[in-house]
Write a protein that binds this ligand. Structure first.
Ligand code: ACO
Length: 390
């Protein structure tokens, strides 16, 4: 096929959350650090009733049911064992790698006409400390690099080892690099004709560790444009940036003066092109692999079909370690069944003590789970898990 696209999406996140204002008090940090400093409102979490498998079961079943897709295409229970594809694991980038694999399969000679299904799922938890509050068209450019910014060396622990500041620098550098290569390639195939991608694209969606970083990332795209513009318009788009003309991008990751100037210059465009995709992650936190795709689902859900059709959306995916990519998609007129985003939350989290224990009987309440959620009923002494659906 010439055009490969997404026909349906489903988002699931756990029913329980911590209010970030309360987490500020609990962690003993200054009031506002998480809510204003990082721009986060709430953080979702799972009890010991849910694990990575139950999250996948829940979201797949909801997708199948809400879109009336037949199970005859999927899985052993339906008599079908002829399936391709296995787990794709890579920090926050695994989901994007799976999306790219799915698109490549449909474009390939191996495709037999069936849908591809991509499940991006993670339980994103940090150890207590400054990182915990962030838990929770043909052209594509990539930037891959070896770096220890965030990694999971201890398989018995749910927590990553994270160098927060380095991870932010890596994220912003990867964004610069992907943006530059994306623009060059888009010009070669005439998607971008002389103008800026900021004008050519209707929406910019980012991997969202926390809201503030997304604001800074959008601003950084404007900074990239400014530094490569032979004749910048200081009365219009680049107002207030005169003093920064000779800046080198590599010197600016934590430069407060440039940061506030580009944040101000990009504010209106940010509100138009990026803010409509950020609402879910502000309430749930960093979801890791689903972060970018939760943003896409939220963007779709906050617009009408009429508003969406014909729009070009640019996406930036980042996984520590690092693997990153920028690519775009266009919303077509083929209407697919949608799903609403609706949620309720409550309670506190404490589920990490039992990681890897076997046998184990989960104690978390089943009543707090949304109807239709798969949950763990028992883990036996050989680490085999049993699930039921609420
Ligand atoms: N009121 C308002 N703002 C405040 C307050 C307050 N009381 N206190 C602090 N702030 C602001 C700071 O000025 C800072 O703003 P800035 O980003 O504009 O400089 C912001 O809040 C954060 O404060 P810091 O002191 O920088 O926070 P800290 O260093 O403790 O932690 C960090 C922040 C590094 C992002 C940490 O949460 C972390 O490690 N997160 C996980 C790593 C991550 O998400 N990396 C991104 C890409 S990798 C990935 O997706 C996993």
């Amino acid at each position: 096929p010439q055009e490969v696209g997404i026909v349906a999406m489903e988002v699931y996140f756990p029913s329980q959350y911590v209010d970030q204002t309360e987490l500020e008090q609990f962690d003993g940090v200054s009031a506002g650090k998480y809510t204003i400093g990082l721009g986060q409102s709430r953080m979702g979490f799972c009890s010991d009733r849910e694990d990575i498998n139950s999250l996948c079961l829940t979201v797949v079943q909801r997708l199948m049911e809400r879109n009336n897709i037949s199970y005859s295409e999927l899985f052993e229970d339906s008599g079908n064992t002829d399936m391709e594809g296995v787990d794709t694991t890579n920090a926050c980038f695994g989901g994007t790698a799976a999306v790219m694999n799915a698109v490549n399969w449909i474009e390939s000679s191996s495709w037999d006409g069936r849908y591809a299904l991509v499940i991006a799922a993670d339980i994103a938890v940090y150890a207590s400390g400054n990182a915990r509050c962030t838990g929770g068209a043909g052209v594509r450019s990539c930037h891959m690099q070896h770096v220890y910014d965030f990694y999971k060396p201890d398989m018995a622990s749910e927590y990553p080892v994270v160098d927060g500041k380095l991870s932010i620098q890596c994220y912003l550098h990867a964004l610069d690099s992907c943006y530059k290569v994306y623009c060059r390639k888009a010009k070669q195939v005439n998607i971008l004709k002389g103008n800026s991608l900021l004008d050519a694209a209707d929406a910019f969606l980012f991997h969202q560790p926390y809201y503030k970083l997304v604001m800074k990332s959008f601003a950084r795209i404007l900074l990239n444009d400014f530094l490569s513009d032979p004749d910048p318009d200081y009365k219009g788009r680049y107002a207030g940036l005169e003093a920064f003309r000779d800046t080198k991008l590599e010197d600016t990751y934590f430069d407060r003066n440039i940061e506030s100037a580009v944040l101000a210059a990009s504010k209106n465009l940010f509100e138009m092109k990026t803010k409509p995709s950020t609402g879910l992650a502000v309430q749930v936190g960093n979801m890791y692999t689903p972060s970018l795709y939760g943003g896409l689902a939220y963007f779709v859900a906050s617009n009408t079909i009429e508003q969406l059709v014909g729009k070009r959306v640019v996406l930036f995916s980042y996984g520590s370690g690092l693997a990153s990519a920028m690519f775009s998609l266009r919303v077509t007129e083929h209407k697919a069944p949608g799903s609403a985003l609706e949620r309720l939350f409550e309670e506190l989290f404490k589920n990490s003590d039992n990681v890897g224990q076997a046998p184990y009987n989960p104690i978390g309440s089943v009543n707090v789970l949304f109807p239709g959620t798969w949950y763990v009923t028992a883990i036996d002494s050989m680490h085999r898990r049993k699930y039921e659906r609420r």
